[in-house]
Structure formats: structure tokens, C-alpha cells
Design a protein around this ligand. Structure first.
Ligand code: GDP
Length: 479
């Protein structure tokens, strides 16, 4: 892929780093990664190839079969496949070696400790990707996409991450930067030739250009970031209702597996249980609660306190009612307390157990509870669940059918990008105002430069070290 802008490149680190790249726990194979100037040297020390090969003869990016041997004791550690990748055409742009051994934690640890004893140090979280960024292989948005890809919870989130990894956001930002640079060039000429300023600066044309090529694209990206957040981070929902209405059963049905404790005794879901449910590509973190009600029982009290805290965080409340019984005072009191506490939450009434009370009129509940949208379900028989998911999706995304864009094709900034875009937009609006009020070209140049700087933060051209640290700390070790 073509990265049109040059990311500031740091010289390759002198240190060689190593880490286990596969998750902990037994597996078919485990992978260890080494990156840095000593990679090949270390590999040569501990690898005994099946056919004698000199290190310089290891073919680039070709599997080698052999054994890892402890160079101190001479004892064999594991039978492995290993690949040598020479700089600069590697993930980090440094010399890289990847060793595939059997997926045993002890074997992986043993090989890693031999590698570190031979001159490498343990890698920090995200350090391989940080080096890829510092050495100019990825821009910052692509580095962030690596984490998004690893952590994606739905296919939609995954395809958004892939788009960003391909450089889609980077290209969009670059094209806005190019437009700003062209405008800055004109303004600089006007600064250099003040006597010709009126001829050089066509205010109407510049204003038009700024609006079409910078301001509008920035506004569009900011709006997309809010929508993207729904797919990337998901939303948080809480299931509330008096004991025994079927909250745990609904959570289980949504999860399609028995994770929460289901029991006919009221009040036995003592704590809150959180799980992700995929609702039309939107990861919904659902919290099942012990119900918000007054109780003297301590364990349950703790659960209730947590439920209150979760309610404060949630964007959606699934308020459950039991179709086999008319509305009780407890339902009403609980609902009132939800409404008192809920400021921004959307509420969906869920009338459960319609399998044993199919004739129940839902209106009596919704009217009593203030005309909130209502869906009838049977958590036990799995009926009405698709409709529930549809209603949740449209409540969150607005009345539209979907978000109206394809997550696999869109350019979707994250929260950090959005913050920088907003600052960039503010500076851009100052330029617009400046053009309107005829301020001096020097002032226009300052605000244009500030817009450029904020966009530079997104791709990592001007990002400060502490922001970089914050971003890479969220990575796992070995990535
Ligand atoms: P919670 O206290 O609100 O979490 O309620 P539970 O999920 O533990 O359910 C309480 C009881 O109601 C259990 O015996 C469930 O099997 C039963 N139940 C839950 N949902 C349904 C349903 O849709 N239909 C029927 N018939 N029973 C249900």
C-alpha cells in the first residue's frame, strides 16, 4: 500500500527484543518472535538445523526445520520450524526471526529464556508494532488498527479495522493535508509579497476551497467517528426487572449458552454478570443484575449497588416484565426508580413468558409505564428475540434501518482521532473566519498550520511520546 506521506522515522533500535506471540495456555503451536540487530546471531546460537546451514545461507522468509538446543547445556528443547526475515522487508523493518515450536507454555518459556540469555530483552506490550511505526512501515492509524483487529468483537468491527490497516483513514487525512499545504503555499506567497497580496489571495476562491476540501470532510469524519464507536466499542445495556421475571434467562438466550445462574428462587442472581452479545454487528455489553430494590441482605445489597452503578453507565435499559402476572407495585416502583436514575438511557420494555401467557395485552404495561417501546418475548422458548434485537439496534442507531454505511468500506475515525479532528476543525473555522474578516496572511498561516498539526497527530507525524506510549500500552505483548 502506498503511504504518500513520510512518517518521521526513528533509527532502528539497537536493542533486540523477544516475546511469545501466541496466547498463554496449551496449543498446537506456539510462536516466539525476535526483532532487532542480534536476531540472526541469537538464532544461530540456539538453532540446530536438520541440514547444516550457515546463518548467511538461511534463505529469507523460508521455513527452516530443526531443533532448538540450549547452548549452555547442549540439551534439546523442542523440534521447531523457524523463519528468518531480514530487514527492511519485515513487520518491524528490522531483522526478525519467528520460531514455531510446540504450543507448550514450558517450552515457550524455556526458548524465550535462552533467547534473553543470549542478548535479547523481553519486549514491552506493542513494542513490535511501535517499531513498525517508528521505522515508517505503518502510520499511527494503521498501528491502532492492529489492536482493533485483534480486539474486534463482531465482523463489522473487524472489517472496519481491516480498512484502517489498509491505510484508508491515513489516505483520507493525507489528502486533506495536501489541500491545506497547497493553500498554505498561496498564503506564504502573499506573506512574501505584501504589495501584491490582493492579487495573490482570492478570498472567495480560498473560502470555497477550504469549505469543500477541508471543513466539510472534517465534519463528515467527526460524524462517522460517533457511528463507528458503536461498532468498535459497542454499547452497554442493563437488564432490569423484579426477581423472577426472567432476566438471567434472557441473557442466556441472547448468549445462546448457559452462562448466568438461572433458578426459580427469587433473588439468587446475586451479582451482576456481564457478557457481549452481537446485535446486528454491534457489540452490546449486557449486564444482568440482581434488580434494583431495597433489601437487607448484604450479598444481594452489593449486587444491587453494582446494578445502580451499571445503570448509570448503560446506554440502554431492557426493563423486563412478566406476562403471567399483571403489573405489580414492585414493577412500578422499580420502573420509577429506573426513570429517576436514568438520564440518557433508552428504555425498551421486554414482556417475557408469552409462551405461557400468549393472550396478555402488552398495552396495559406500556401505557402504565409511559409508552416506552415494548417487545414480547419468551426467553425460554427463544421467541421474539430477533424482534428484540431489531428494536435494540434501531433504538441505538436512531429510527434508520441501519447506520446507512458499510463498515467494511467506510473511513471510521476512533475517539482519539475524533478529538484531533475536532481541534483541527476549530482551527479551520478560524481560517474561514479570518478569510471572511480579511485578517493578515500571517494569522491565516498560523491557523492553517494548526489545522495541519492536529491532522498530523492522527497519523503520528507530530504525536508526542506520551501519547504514543499510551497507545502502545494497550497492545498485548508479542504484537
Ligand atoms: P430473574 O430472577 O429475573 O433472573 O429470572 P430467571 O431468569 O432466573 O427466571 C425465573 C424463572 O422463570 C425460572 O424458573 C425460568 O425458567 C422462568 N422463565 C424465565 N423466562 C421464561 C419464559 O420465557 N417462559 C417461561 N415459561 N418461563 C420462564
Amino acid at each position: 500500500m502506498n503511504l504518500s506521506k513520510q512518517i518521521p522515522s526513528a533509527s532502528s533500535s539497537e536493542e533486540t527484543i523477544a516475546a511469545i506471540a501466541t496466547p498463554p495456555g496449551p496449543g498446537g503451536i506456539g510462536v516466539i518472535r525476535i526483532s532487532g540487530p542480534l536476531s540472526l546471531h541469537i538464532f544461530q546460537k540456539l538453532f540446530l538445523p536438520r541440514h547444516k546451514t550457515k546463518p548467511q545461507d538461511y534463505e529469507n522468509r523460508r521455513m527452516n526445520y530443526g531443533w532448538i538446543v540450549n547452548p549452555e547445556s547442549g540439551s534439546p528443547v523442542d523440534e521447531v520450524l523457524a523463519v528468518v526475515m531480514r530487514a527492511p522487508n519485515t513487520y518491524t523493518r528490522e531483522d526478525v526471526v519467528e520460531i514455531q515450536c510446540h504450543g507448550s507454555y514450558l517450552v515457550l518459556q524455556e526458548i524465550l529464556s535462552i533467547i534473553t540469555a543470549s542478548g535479547a530483552r523481553l519486549a514491552q506490550p506493542g513494542e513490535f508494532t511501535k517499531r513498525a511505526f517508528l521505522n515508517g512501515r505503518l502510520d499511527l492509524t494503521q498501528a491502532e488498527a492492529v489492536v482493533d483487529l485483534i480486539e474486534a468483537k463482531t465482523d463489522e468491527g473487524r472489517s472496519m479495522a481491516v480498512g484502517q490497516l489498509q491505510g484508508r483513514l491515513h489516505e483520507k487525512i493525507s489528502s486533506i493535508q495536501d489541500k491545506l499545504v497547497a493553500m498554505r503555499a498561496i498564503i506564504e506567497v502573499a506573506i512574501d509579497f505584501p504589495e501584491d497580496e490582493t492579487d495573490i489571495l482570492d478570498h472567495a476562491a480560498l473560502t470555497h476551497q477550504l469549505k469543500e476540501e477541508v471543513k466539510n470532510p472534517l465534519i463528515e469524519l467527526i460524524a462517522r467517528a460517533d457511528e463507528g464507536k458503536i461498532y468498535r466499542e459497542g454499547i452497554s445495556a442493563v437488564i432490569l426487572g423484579r426477581p423472577n421475571v426472567g432476566k438471567s434467562s434472557l441473557l442466556n438466550t441472547l448468549l445462546e449458552e448457559d452462562r448466568a445462574l438461572v433458578t426459580p428462587v427469587p433473588g439468587t442472581t446475586r451479582d451482576t454478570i456481564e457478557e457481549f452479545v452481537n446485535i446486528k454487528g454491534m457489540p452490546v455489553r449486557i449486564v444482568d443484575t440482581a434488580g434494583i430494590r431495597h433489601t437487607t441482605e448484604t450479598v444481594e445489597e452489593m449486587g444491587i449497588q453494582r446494578a445502580r452503578a451499571k445503570l448509570a453507565d448503560a446506554e440502554l435499559v431492557l426493563f423486563m416484565l412478566d406476562a403471567t402476572e399483571p403489573m405489580t407495585e414492585e414493577d412500578q416502583a422499580l420502573y420509577n426508580s429506573v426513570m429517576e436514575n436514568s438520564k440518557k438511557q433508552k428504555v425498551l420494555l421486554v414482556l417475557n413468558k408469552i409462551d405461557i401467557a400468549p393472550g396478555t395485552s402488552p398495552e396495559q404495561y406500556s401505557t402504565a409505564l409511559g409508552d416506552e417501546p415494548l417487545v414480547s418475548v419468551s426467553a425460554k422458548e427463544h421467541t421474539g428475540i430477533l424482534e428484540l434485537k431489531d428494536k435494540v439496534f434501531s433504538l441505538i442507531t436512531g429510527s434508520r434501518k441501519g447506520l446507512g454505511w458499510d463498515p467494511g468500506a467506510a473511513v471510521v475515525p476512533n475517539v482519539r482521532h475524533k478529538d484531533a479532528l475536532k481541534k483541527g476543525l476549530e482551527a479551520c473555522l478560524r481560517v474561514e473566519k479570518g478569510l471572511e474578516t480579511d485578517v493578515s496572511p500571517d494569522l491565516l498561516a498560523i491557523d492553517l498550520q494548526s489545522t495541519l498539526g492536529h491532522l498530523g497527530d492522527i497519523v503520528g507525524e507530530t504525536t508526542t511520546e506520551d501519547v504514543l506510549d499510551m497507545i502502545f500500552e494497550t497492545f498485548c505483548i508479542g504484537k
